[in-house]
Design a protein around this ligand. Structure first.
Ligand code: SME
Length: 141
Protein backbone atom coordinates (compact mmCIF):
# COMPACT_ATOMS: atom_id res chain seq x y z
CA UNK A 1 0.00 0.00 0.00
CA UNK A 2 2.79 2.47 0.82
CA UNK A 3 4.28 1.91 -2.65
CA UNK A 4 0.91 2.65 -4.27
CA UNK A 5 0.57 5.80 -2.22
CA UNK A 6 4.10 6.99 -3.01
CA UNK A 7 3.43 6.36 -6.71
CA UNK A 8 0.21 8.35 -6.77
CA UNK A 9 1.42 11.43 -4.88
CA UNK A 10 2.18 14.21 -7.35
CA UNK A 11 3.48 17.52 -6.00
CA UNK A 12 2.45 19.31 -9.21
CA UNK A 13 -1.30 18.89 -8.68
CA UNK A 14 -3.56 20.47 -6.01
CA UNK A 15 -3.48 19.08 -2.47
CA UNK A 16 -7.15 18.11 -2.61
CA UNK A 17 -6.52 15.91 -5.67
CA UNK A 18 -3.68 14.08 -3.94
CA UNK A 19 -5.61 13.57 -0.70
CA UNK A 20 -8.66 12.31 -2.59
CA UNK A 21 -6.69 9.59 -4.35
CA UNK A 22 -4.76 8.68 -1.19
CA UNK A 23 -8.08 8.28 0.66
CA UNK A 24 -9.21 5.88 -2.07
CA UNK A 25 -6.07 3.77 -1.60
CA UNK A 26 -6.40 3.79 2.20
CA UNK A 27 -9.98 2.60 1.70
CA UNK A 28 -8.59 -0.69 0.36
CA UNK A 29 -7.70 -1.59 3.97
CA UNK A 30 -9.65 -4.51 5.39
CA UNK A 31 -12.39 -4.06 7.96
CA UNK A 32 -12.76 -0.28 7.96
CA UNK A 33 -15.86 1.88 7.57
CA UNK A 34 -14.34 5.35 7.17
CA UNK A 35 -11.01 6.82 6.14
CA UNK A 36 -9.89 10.26 5.22
CA UNK A 37 -8.42 13.57 6.24
CA UNK A 38 -9.12 16.53 8.45
CA UNK A 39 -7.17 19.69 7.61
CA UNK A 40 -5.99 22.11 10.28
CA UNK A 41 -6.63 25.85 10.34
CA UNK A 42 -6.47 28.06 13.43
CA UNK A 43 -6.32 25.14 15.92
CA UNK A 44 -9.40 23.58 14.33
CA UNK A 45 -9.72 20.50 12.10
CA UNK A 46 -12.00 20.74 9.07
CA UNK A 47 -13.24 17.76 7.07
CA UNK A 48 -11.13 16.98 4.00
CA UNK A 49 -11.29 14.28 1.31
CA UNK A 50 -12.62 10.99 2.66
CA UNK A 51 -14.33 7.68 1.86
CA UNK A 52 -17.35 6.65 3.89
CA UNK A 53 -20.45 8.13 5.42
CA UNK A 54 -21.12 11.83 5.94
CA UNK A 55 -18.90 13.02 8.81
CA UNK A 56 -18.67 15.92 11.22
CA UNK A 57 -17.02 18.91 9.58
CA UNK A 58 -15.38 20.80 12.45
CA UNK A 59 -13.28 19.45 15.34
CA UNK A 60 -11.36 21.79 17.68
CA UNK A 61 -7.83 20.74 18.66
CA UNK A 62 -8.08 18.80 21.92
CA UNK A 63 -11.56 17.38 21.18
CA UNK A 64 -12.34 13.80 20.19
CA UNK A 65 -9.78 11.33 18.91
CA UNK A 66 -8.79 13.54 15.97
CA UNK A 67 -8.42 16.71 18.00
CA UNK A 68 -6.43 14.90 20.71
CA UNK A 69 -3.99 13.48 18.14
CA UNK A 70 -3.64 16.93 16.59
CA UNK A 71 -2.98 18.57 19.95
CA UNK A 72 -0.47 15.96 21.17
CA UNK A 73 1.15 15.59 17.69
CA UNK A 74 1.11 11.82 18.20
CA UNK A 75 -0.68 8.89 16.61
CA UNK A 76 -3.62 7.80 18.71
CA UNK A 77 -5.03 4.27 18.55
CA UNK A 78 -8.35 3.77 20.32
CA UNK A 79 -9.33 0.11 20.70
CA UNK A 80 -12.88 0.92 21.84
CA UNK A 81 -14.23 4.31 20.87
CA UNK A 82 -17.28 3.77 23.10
CA UNK A 83 -14.93 4.05 26.08
CA UNK A 84 -12.95 7.05 24.81
CA UNK A 85 -14.05 10.12 26.73
CA UNK A 86 -14.97 12.82 24.25
CA UNK A 87 -15.12 10.54 21.22
CA UNK A 88 -17.05 12.25 18.44
CA UNK A 89 -19.37 9.64 16.98
CA UNK A 90 -19.64 10.42 13.29
CA UNK A 91 -20.81 6.92 12.48
CA UNK A 92 -22.59 4.65 14.93
CA UNK A 93 -20.79 1.73 13.23
CA UNK A 94 -17.29 2.77 14.40
CA UNK A 95 -15.76 0.71 17.22
CA UNK A 96 -12.03 1.43 16.94
CA UNK A 97 -10.05 4.23 15.39
CA UNK A 98 -6.53 5.38 14.48
CA UNK A 99 -5.56 8.99 13.93
CA UNK A 100 -2.11 10.13 12.76
CA UNK A 101 -1.16 13.80 12.61
CA UNK A 102 0.44 15.21 9.47
CA UNK A 103 3.23 17.45 10.70
CA UNK A 104 5.09 20.02 8.61
CA UNK A 105 8.04 21.48 10.43
CA UNK A 106 6.60 21.75 13.90
CA UNK A 107 3.01 22.43 12.85
CA UNK A 108 0.10 19.99 12.56
CA UNK A 109 -1.40 20.68 9.13
CA UNK A 110 -3.95 17.86 9.24
CA UNK A 111 -4.67 14.33 10.39
CA UNK A 112 -5.32 10.97 8.77
CA UNK A 113 -8.33 9.28 10.40
CA UNK A 114 -9.43 5.66 9.92
CA UNK A 115 -12.40 4.02 11.65
CA UNK A 116 -13.27 0.33 11.93
CA UNK A 117 -16.52 -1.45 12.83
CA UNK A 118 -14.40 -3.95 14.84
CA UNK A 119 -12.88 -3.41 18.27
CA UNK A 120 -9.04 -3.26 18.45
CA UNK A 121 -8.64 -3.24 14.65
CA UNK A 122 -5.46 -1.11 14.56
CA UNK A 123 -1.92 -1.99 15.67
CA UNK A 124 1.67 -0.79 15.48
CA UNK A 125 1.96 -1.87 11.83
CA UNK A 126 -0.95 0.40 10.93
CA UNK A 127 0.65 3.18 12.95
CA UNK A 128 3.97 2.76 11.10
CA UNK A 129 2.16 2.79 7.75
CA UNK A 130 0.13 5.92 8.50
CA UNK A 131 3.14 7.74 9.93
CA UNK A 132 5.04 7.04 6.71
CA UNK A 133 2.05 8.22 4.65
CA UNK A 134 1.86 11.37 6.80
CA UNK A 135 5.57 12.11 6.21
CA UNK A 136 5.09 11.75 2.43
CA UNK A 137 2.00 13.99 2.47
CA UNK A 138 3.57 16.69 4.64
CA UNK A 139 5.66 17.93 1.70
CA UNK A 140 2.45 18.82 -0.18
CA UNK A 141 1.29 21.37 2.40
N1 SME B 1 -14.42 9.93 15.73
C1 SME B 1 -13.63 11.08 15.42
C2 SME B 1 -14.38 12.06 14.58
C3 SME B 1 -14.20 11.89 13.13
S1 SME B 1 -15.01 10.55 12.49
O1 SME B 1 -14.47 9.32 13.07
C4 SME B 1 -14.90 10.51 10.84
C5 SME B 1 -13.11 11.74 16.68
O2 SME B 1 -13.52 11.39 17.79
O3 SME B 1 -12.30 12.64 16.56
Amino acid sequence: MIEKIKAIIDDKIPLVSNLSNVSAILNEMEDINWCGFYLAKDETLYLGPFQGEVACTTIPFGKGVCGTAAQTKKTLIVDNVLEFKGHIACSSKSRSEIVTPIIKGDTVVGVIDIDSPSFSRFNKDDQDLLEEVARKLAILF
